[in-house]
Design a protein around this ligand. Structure first.
Ligand SMILES: C[N+](C)(C)CCCC[C@H](N)C(=O)O
Length: 288
């Protein structure tokens, strides 16, 4: 089992995360709080009341965790594809596997990374949603003092299963959409790379960027449901389950609620995934 894909996935995931975290924080606020009138209002209020650091709340944890999760995603994807087609990463450039095999490998990676991502994503969303600021005198202290305190508090108040709150929605969000993610990437790289050559950096970045947009566009409804399930007990809207969350959100806020964060997800997805795939391919070529 080639290890380099796991290491390349780790490093590329960390780079992509730093690029995209501010977008992600704005998205999570829009999805779970009704205090903002839109993206611009959210950005202005975060900057005014929480400074630039407000956009990076909850990032320290994902740097380690989401990078590891990305490592699992790319490592499992590549090794599943190798098991299905007996081809290595380099072989695939010459002979593209079937899209069915690519989709299956992407879904496999998506499912396994979602399971490992769940606790880390929960902590990230809880920290991102803390609007208290040290800059304003009299501002109440935040409930969670940091990622570790957040994890311990969730464990103590909601039990060990509390750390996996929203994991069902997370798996439904990630499994099919990561299948499409890799189908889009591999397909665009194959289409715009002359036979017998390696895709150029531009091709890798554009293919990765559109793969990110395509997967986030299809993932946004379940992304909203996931975030609401994760915030349920904090916002006093503890849902009885995913269906209750969907029905309650639809009844109270209409169909549009499931597309909150759609624009910011798409704006974030292109640069994050362009950087992720470029660094992934560069590292694998370097280790050739
Ligand atoms: C499956 N879903 C759409 C959620 C994510 C797909 C892209 C994952 C990438 N690391 C990023 O953060 O954009």
């Amino acid at each position: 089992m080639p290890v380099e894909e796991f290491v390349a996935g780790w490093i590329s995931g960390a780079l992509g995360l730093v690029m995209g975290h501010p977008f992600d924080t704005v998205k999570v606020r829009l999805q779970t709080q009704n205090t903002y009138r839109g993206i611009v209002d959210c950005v202005v209020k975060i900057y005014r009341y929480e400074s630039i650091l407000g956009f990076f709340k909850g990032m320290s944890f994902p740097i380690a965790s989401v990078a590891v999760v990305n490592s699992i995603l790319f490592g499992v994807y590549s090794n599943t594809l190798q098991a299905l087609t007996a081809t290595s990463h380099q072989d695939r450039r010459a002979q593209l596997p079937s899209y069915t095999h690519i989709f299956i490998a992407g879904c496999t990676g998506g499912f396994l990374q979602a399971y490992s991502l769940a606790p880390f994503d929960l902590i990230k969303v809880r920290l991102q949603n803390q609007t208290e600021s040290k800059l304003w005198p009299g501002s109440p202290p935040p409930k969670y003092r940091g990622p570790v305190h957040c994890a311990v508090t969730i464990f103590r108040e909601e039990g060990p299963r509390g750390l996996f709150r929203g994991s069902g929605a997370l798996m439904l969000r990630d499994t099919p959409t990561l299948g499409f993610y890799f189908v889009t990437y591999e397909g665009l790289c194959h289409k715009y790379t002359p036979a017998g050559q390696q895709p150029s950096s531009t091709t890798v970045m554009v293919a990765g960027g559109f793969a990110g947009i395509g997967s986030w566009v299809t993932a946004t409804p379940f992304d909203v449901i996931k975030a609401r399930m994760q915030m349920g007990c904090v916002n006093q809207r503890a849902y009885k389950g995913m269906l209750d969350c969907i029905v309650t959100s639809f009844r109270q806020e209409g169909l549009g609620v499931f597309f909150r964060g759609f624009t910011i997800n798409s704006a974030r997805a292109f640069p994050v995934n362009a950087v992720t795939f470029l660094s992934y391919e560069y590292l694998l070529r370097m280790w050739g």
